[in-house]
Design a protein around this ligand. Structure first.
Ligand SMILES: *[C@@H]1O[C@H](CO)[C@@H](O)[C@H](O)[C@H]1NC(C)=O
Ligand SMILES: *[C@@H]1O[C@H](CO)[C@@H](O)[C@H](O)[C@H]1NC(C)=O
Length: 325
């Protein structure tokens, strides 16, 4: 009897702390590095994903079903770099009342890269105008001009960079032009630490800015072996009071420091059938009034296959983002 009360207490406690599974609807939607935005006039969510001219999926609900709707730039980017028909890491935002989508042109392991801009009034396929490169990088630089992310708070700021020396930030003059040369301010990661996919977010409910990034090794489609346990992709965060950093993990360490264990606080790691979640973006959902995290993951039972769309609610009321039901 005592034992069974204890056992049920233990299972209650582990239930309370278990990471909820993604909302239904995404488990058949193949994406990488997804980003989301709601268009209130159309009553539809738009999810954008790496691949081709940036894939578009739409749904009237966060729980799907999601419909594939073509791409942002089906005729490739005007940026004249290798990879300009296979665009990566979209970031969707609103600036000057227009929808602005930042995308990357690069190749695996290359620093011959650019972050470009496309704009639209509705986000629908066929409505996008390509503005070309906002910033670029070439080999030998300490940064890589990929994984763009924009925040409009005390100015307009572009976060970018992956691998190499980490994630950096430059101010923008307008949506298509940086007002200082990269690399600018160093926000996260360091030489040799694969901090990727930076996303800076200020919840309406918080005084803090949260610098999210993906840490570790991301399994690509066709992978035949897993990284050592715990070294796979996961979402970490640092927090600060200024849009320009510095950002600190819960232990008080700046997320630009090279420490062991790695700096930054865990938001979402592998659990249940969700393996190596990352490529995240964060959004204040205007329909529910709640914050959400949107990411890709590989199903544990389908390792080596493509990655799929994960969406979960986030709760910042403890002062740190927690994945909740
Ligand atoms: C892409 O190119 C084709 C053929 O030139 C053209 O018909 C189509 O309108 C273009 N699409 C966009 C979105 O520019
Ligand atoms: C931003 O400013 C630059 C320099 O003044 C200008 O060439 C460009 O067209 C502007 N971009 C937009 C999107 O208005």
């Amino acid at each position: 009897m005592k034992f069974s009360i204890l056992a049920s207490l233990v299972s209650l406690v582990s239930l309370a702390f278990a990471t909820p599974n993604p909302l239904p609807g995404g488990s058949s939607v193949v994406v990488r590095d997804p980003t989301i935005m709601y268009n209130p006039s159309l009553g539809k969510y738009f999810v954008f994903s790496t691949g081709g001219g940036i894939q578009i999926f739409t749904s009237t609900s966060l729980s799907g079903p999601w419909t594939s709707e073509g791409s942002v730039l089906p005729n490739c980017s005007i940026i004249n770099n290798p990879g300009n028909c296979n665009l990566w890491a979209p970031d969707i935002n609103i600036l000057y009342n227009a929808y602005v989508l930042y995308y990357s042109v690069s190749a695996l392991g290359s620093q011959n890269s650019a972050i470009g801009l496309a704009t639209s009034w509705t986000m629908e396929p066929g409505t996008w105008t390509d503005w070309g490169a906002v910033i670029t990088s070439s080999s030998g630089a300490i940064y890589n001009a990929i994984d763009g992310n924009v925040i409009n708070s005390n100015g307009i700021w572009l976060q970018f960079g992956s691998y190499w020396n980490g994630i950096f930030q430059v101010p923008l003059l307008n949506a298509s032009t940086a007002s200082a040369p990269p690399p600018g301010t160093h926000l996260a990661g360091y030489n040799g630490r694969p901090a990727e996919g930076g996303f800076l977010y200020k919840p309406p409910s918080s005084q803090y800015y949260f610098m999210f990034f993906s840490d570790g090794i991301t399994p690509l489609q066709g992978a035949t072996s897993r990284p050592p346990a715990g070294k796979e992709y996961k979402v970490l965060v640092g927090r600060g009071t200024s849009v320009n950093g510095p950002f600190y993990g819960q232990l008080g360490n700046d997320i630009t420091l090279n420490l062991d264990p790695p700096t930054g606080t865990l938001v979402l790691g592998s659990h249940d059938n969700i393996y190596a979640p990352g490529g995240q973006s964060i959004y204040h959902d205007p329909v529910s009034g709640r914050d959400i995290i949107v990411y890709h993951y590989v199903p544990n039972d389908a390792f080596g296959g493509p990655s799929y769309l994960g969406i979960n609610y986030l709760d910042f009321s403890s002062g740190w983002p927690v994945v909740v039901s």
